[in-house]
Ligand binder design. Structure first.
Ligand SMILES: [Zn+2]
Length: 307
């Protein structure tokens, strides 16, 4: 018996009751073409593979995992109109071959918006994974309550995405190989405090059909993605609407070169530091910002539990 949302409010508009089953975050057209879902792939938290209860076996999603979010009929239709219809043919082509086809600028925009919408919904704090093991483990990967409304409202109001969201894409060497590796390339996304407000920067990364797509939430503080800097990853958002995308010539990135996105740092910033253009970009450890405490932009920093 699938979980029913009929007593919940819609997580997108916030003011209408959800339909009984809500929104399928992996849409029906996708699950029909790939009935196994996006896997198998591993799950990572703070750059470490998530392990089963035995403490040794990496969790891998092998079976169909439906992901649902409380959403009303109107918002469901709007997501379909704005994101699924314009992108699904292109995505079928992108996911269907080992060598990604070249996309036009219009196709790239549709694909970028689809990834942005889907990667925002996957870690929504009210999302529900049909696989109970994945649902339990995934709780640690979700964003904290309450979900910031501006991350979600734009998807159903026709508005533009908020500032501070980035998406990158690269070709992954394999999504089925041994997951017991450890990654030394760590990029710490801090929890930032400024002017009495706290904002937890966050990321969500999924590898599917040979492509790794990463979303980062980092308003006012740029990120230097190491794989973008060395020409192996492409920024999908924000992007120029005139930019086309051709990944066919890009190298396959081995697991050990991927980036471990992690948390565990709190940074207190001086008033006006975010968005000033004066903060050095977040990049691989050691974080250059900490060496700039004398600049007056960073008032303090402390290690945290990582959650
Ligand atoms: Zn709604």
């Amino acid at each position: 018996m699938p979980k029913a949302f009929a007593a919940s409010m819609c997580a997108l508009c916030g003011h209408r009751p959800s339909s009984r089953l809500g929104e399928h975050v992996w849409p029906r057209w996708y699950l029909e073409k790939y009935p196994g879902g996006p896997g198998p792939y591993g799950w990572f938290l703070n750059g470490e593979p998530l392990l089963r209860r035995d403490g040794a076996t990496p969790v891998r999603e092998q079976e169909l995992t439906r992901v649902r979010l409380p959403a009303c009929e109107e918002c469901n239709s709007e997501l379909n109109r704005r994101f699924e219809e314009p992108a699904k043919e292109t995505l079928r082509g992108l996911f269907g071959t080992p060598t990604p086809p070249a996309l036009t600028a219009a196709e790239t925009t549709a694909v970028a918006l689809w990834f942005l919408k889907t990667w925002l919904l996957l870690p929504h704090p009210r999302v529900y994974y049909a696989n109970t093991i994945i649902d339990r483990i995934h709780r640690d990967m979700r964003w904290p309550e309450p979900a910031p409304p501006d991350f979600y409202r734009w998807t159903v109001t026709g508005g533009s995405p908020p500032e501070g969201l980035s998406l990158w894409i690269y070709r992954a060497r394999s999504e089925t190989e041994d997951l017991s590796w450890r990654n030394g390339r760590r990029l710490v996304l801090p929890t930032v405090r400024q002017d009495g407000r706290t904002m937890r920067f966050a990321s969500h990364e999924v590898t599917l059909h040979g492509l790794t797509v990463t979303l980062a939430v980092h308003p006012g503080w740029p990120i230097d993605h190491p794989l973008e800097a060395d020409g192996r990853a492409v920024r999908l958002w924000p992007r120029l609407v005139t930019d086309a995308l051709d990944l066919s010539g890009f190298p396959l990135v081995p697991r050990e070169d991927s980036i471990a996105w992690s948390r565990g740092l709190r940074v207190d910033l001086a008033p006006g530091a975010l968005g000033s253009g004066r903060l050095p970009p977040l990049s691989l450890d050691p974080m250059p910002a900490l060496s700039l405490m004398s600049s007056g932009l960073v008032l303090g920093a402390a290690a945290t539990s990582g959650r």
